[in-house]
Design a protein around this ligand. Structure first.
Ligand SMILES: Nc1ncnc2c1ncn2[C@@H]1O[C@H](COP(=O)(O)OP(=O)(O)O)[C@@H](O)[C@H]1O
Ligand SMILES: [Mg+2]
Length: 374
């Protein structure tokens, strides 16, 4: 449906008193996995189920992250999208087309629509940056001039306009990945797949590559599907996330919601490495699971959304009427939204705990009791 039609329909719905028809939902997903299972191996002894009934939608125009530990099935999942692997059962649908049903020609067309970048860049060492980016266009049969017209602006886009004649061995890791990105964009795909594209890079270079992916997503409207084992990557750029564990999607949704309301152990343990304030060393060793008389309770307060900027700490101290220590604290961003974590300690006596719980309930603060100290 084009925008004009939509406006007309809205206007008509508005002029009638009948309940308006639901507007067509956001565009259909760019990728959908429907009950996808992938088994490797041919007989019972060597058979291994890498993906087990995966259902997942990848929103058009978004940056979606799939996170999981090594061996969880991430690469297998992403390789199904461009037909590098074939599902044992279930369907993988890319922009309305089922990948499993494609002929050789259909697969070639699909791969022009779906670019991919890799952890180890996969550049040809005998070709310059320019020639690497040109490769998919040569394969597509473009002539020299068309290729030059396409490659030069792409190298500019990724910030390598002046490195066009360099060989991979003369480039840094970040620069090689930029060549990889330019090459992936050469055929003007609508979907970019990224398999651990920043995992071989240092944190600063990782950030610059993530910034570039974000810019490409915003400026070219390209849908990005990335897989990673690094929470930091998802937290920085993905608006949506799915958590995969042993071939199953255990949680999925808006990144902020999944991270702040993590339900599954895998999500929690991946998160604990990346989010939240580390406790001071001395605390860890003295923490007890149960209180004794006179102990203090250690509580982690999580601030986000509308609570993030309220002066809650001051109010907590006033409200408790007891001495409160702040042991650690930080504010960071998840998918662009503030997320704060504060570890406080106060007397674990009945009256104080009751006042604290009332305060948490009234303010909507999320809390987690970490333990007790003498
Ligand atoms: N071609 C293959 N043959 C047999 N087993 C495979 C093959 N590819 C992947 N696997 C297995 O499937 C599981 C998931 O692998 P993979 O998708 O690469 O995980 P991840 O990318 O999350 O680390 C692993 O246990 C891996 O050994
Ligand atoms: Mg992998």
């Amino acid at each position: 449906m084009n925008p004009t039609n939509q406006t007309v329909q809205q206007a008509q719905a508005g002029s009638l008193s009948a309940p308006p028809e639901p507007l067509p939902n956001a565009a259909p997903p760019m990728v959908s996995f429907e009950a996808v299972t992938k088994r490797f191996g041919t007989n019972d002894e060597n058979q291994f189920t890498a993906l087990d009934g995966v259902d997942l939608s990848v929103a058009r125009g978004a940056i979606t992250g799939i996170i999981g530990r090594s061996g969880a099935g991430k690469s297998t999942l992403i390789r199904l999208v461009n037909g590098l692997e074939t599902a044992t059962s279930g369907r993988v649908v890319v922009d309305g087309i089922e990948v499993g049903g494609l002929s050789e020609t259909g697969l070639r067309d699909l791969r022009r629509q779906v670019g991919m970048i890799f952890q180890h860049f996969n550049l040809l060492s005998s070709r310059t940056a320019f020639e690497n980016v040109a490769l998919p266009l040569e394969i597509a049969g473009l002539d020299g001039k068309s290729i030059r017209d396409k490659v030069a602006p792409l190298l500019d886009l990724v910030g390598l306009g002046d490195k066009s004649n360099r060989y991979p061995a003369e480039l840094s890791g970040g620069q090689k990945q930029r060549v990889g990105i330019a090459r992936a964009l050469a055929t003007s795909p609508k979907l970019l797949l990224s398999d651990e594209a920043t995992s071989a890079l240092d944190p600063e270079t990782t950030q610059s590559i993530l910034d570039l992916l974000k810019r490409i997503n915003a400026e070219l409207g390209l849908t990005v599907l990335l897989i990673t084992h690094e929470m930091e990557v998802v937290k920085t750029i993905a608006s949506d996330v799915a958590v995969i564990d042993r071939g199953r999607i255990v949680e999925a949704g808006r990144t902020f919601d999944v991270f702040t309301g993590a339900k599954h152990d895998t999500t929690r343990s991946l998160l604990s490495a990346a989010l939240g304030t580390k406790l001071p060393e001395w605390v860890g060793s003295k923490l007890k699971p149960q209180p004794s008389i006179g102990d203090r309770v250690l509580v982690r307060l999580i601030f986000f959304g509308s609570t993030a900027f309220q002066p809650l700490t001051g109010r907590l101290v006033a409200e408790l009427g007891a001495d409160v220590n702040i042991l650690a604290g930080s504010i960071e961003e998840i998918a662009g939204e503030p997320y704060g974590s504060l570890v406080v300690a106060y007397p674990a006596d009945h009256a104080v705990l009751e006042r604290a719980n009332r305060f948490y309930a009234a303010t909507g603060l999320k809390t987690e009791v970490l333990g007790y100290v003498a």
